[in-house]
Design a protein. Structure first.
Length: 194
């Protein structure tokens, strides 16, 4: 029996009935939690400190590459549709082309990559590695966006878009990896008893 959170919505075995509803629940629920994490912010210019990346890391790990990415696409789509899901209770295209845009647009890719790396094995070191790679994707695209469209200075973009968040995201990385590892261990133990 596989982890029920990681069955892709596109899996033919899960198209009908309860499994599809369950997967949609987890995708939409994770998008909603990402929105809540955006509201837990410390204002900072040009990009605020939030808990969103913690949710993105867990989305990829818990839901897998397809559903994890879909949860983040749903989150971005909600913001584009006008729901106030982005940091500061904002919405719309302006947020995606603004200073935070590169980070936000990296969320689905980061979740997919994390999910792919954790598909077959989920040890603590592998969890840290996969989530570190996911964070690097977010930081790379976010900092690149800041550099190209706003700051036009690579050193300033690295300082404002990457280095300033180092300590904060190391805490979120450690928390996400430990939470996922605990869940994965518990799931394997329960699976072994059936």
């Amino acid at each position: 029996m596989s982890n029920p959170l990681r069955v892709p919505l596109t899996d033919r075995r899960g198209i009908a009935g309860e499994r599809t509803i369950s997967q949609l629940f987890w995708i939409i629920g994770t998008a909603a939690v990402t929105a809540l994490a955006a509201r837990l912010e410390i204002p900072h210019d040009p990009v605020p400190f939030t808990l969103q990346t913690l949710v993105v890391l867990l989305a990829g790990a818990l839901l897998g590459p397809v559903n994890g990415a879909l949860s983040q696409v749903a989150y971005l789509a909600a913001g584009l549709a006008g729901l106030p899901v982005f940091a500061g209770g904002t919405a719309g295209i302006a947020r995606l082309i603004g200073p935070s845009g590169g980070y936000l647009m990296a969320f689905p890719l980061a979740a997919a990559v994390i999910g792919l790396f954790l598909e077959r094995r989920s040890g603590l070191i592998r969890s840290f590695g996969a989530m570190t790679l996911g964070l690097l994707i977010i930081f790379f695209l976010g900092t690149l966006h800041l550099y190209v469209f706003y700051l036009h200075n690579l050193v300033a973009a690295l300082g404002a878009g990457f280095l300033i968040f180092g300590w904060w995201d190391l805490l979120k990385l450690a928390a996400a990896a430990m939470l996922y590892y605990g869940y994965a261990r518990k799931w394997r133990q329960e699976e072994g008893t059936h």
